[in-house]
Design a protein around this ligand. Structure first.
Ligand code: FES
Length: 106
C-alpha cells in the first residue's frame, strides 16, 4: 500500500445566503476540488497526493482557498484555470505558485 505524501485541502464551505461573509463553496471551491481530483487521477498521482474537502479554513476573504500540507502553503482566489499550475508547480515540483500565494495572516 502506498502512503499519501501530500494533501491539498480545498475549502468547500457554504454559508447561508443571509451571511455577509463570502463562502469558498459559492465561489468555485467545489469545482476546483473536482478538477484537482480529476487531474490527479488522470496523471496517476491520486495514490500519493490527495485533494481533500475542507470546511472553512479561516481565510474567507481570499476565497476560494486551498492549503497544501505538509508544507503549509496557502493559496487564494483560485480559479479553475489555476488548477493545472498548482498541480504542476506545487504538487509535482514542490514550488510555490507565487501569484496565488496568501502572504498575510488573513
Ligand atoms: S469559507 Fe473558505 S476559508 Fe472560510
Amino acid at each position: 500500500m502506498s502512503k499519501i505524501k501530500r494533501h491539498i485541502f480545498v475549502c468547500e464551505n457554504i454559508r447561508d445566503k443571509s451571511n455577509s461573509k463570502q463562502s469558498c463553496g459559492r465561489l468555485g471551491g467545489i469545482e476546483n476540488r473536482e478538477e484537482l481530483k480529476r487531474r490527479l487521477r488522470e496523471l496517476g498521482l491520486s495514490k500519493n497526493i490527495r485533494a481533500n474537502k475542507s470546511g472553512c479554513l479561516g481565510a474567507c476573504h481570499h476565497g476560494p482557498v486551498a492549503v497544501v500540507y505538509p508544507e503549509g502553503r496557502w493559496y487564494g482566489e483560485i480559479e479553475l484555470d489555476d488548477i493545472e499550475e498548482i498541480i504542476q508547480k506545487d504538487l509535482i515540483n514542490n514550488e510555490v505558485v507565487k501569484r496565488l500565494e496568501i502572504e498575510d495572516d488573513y
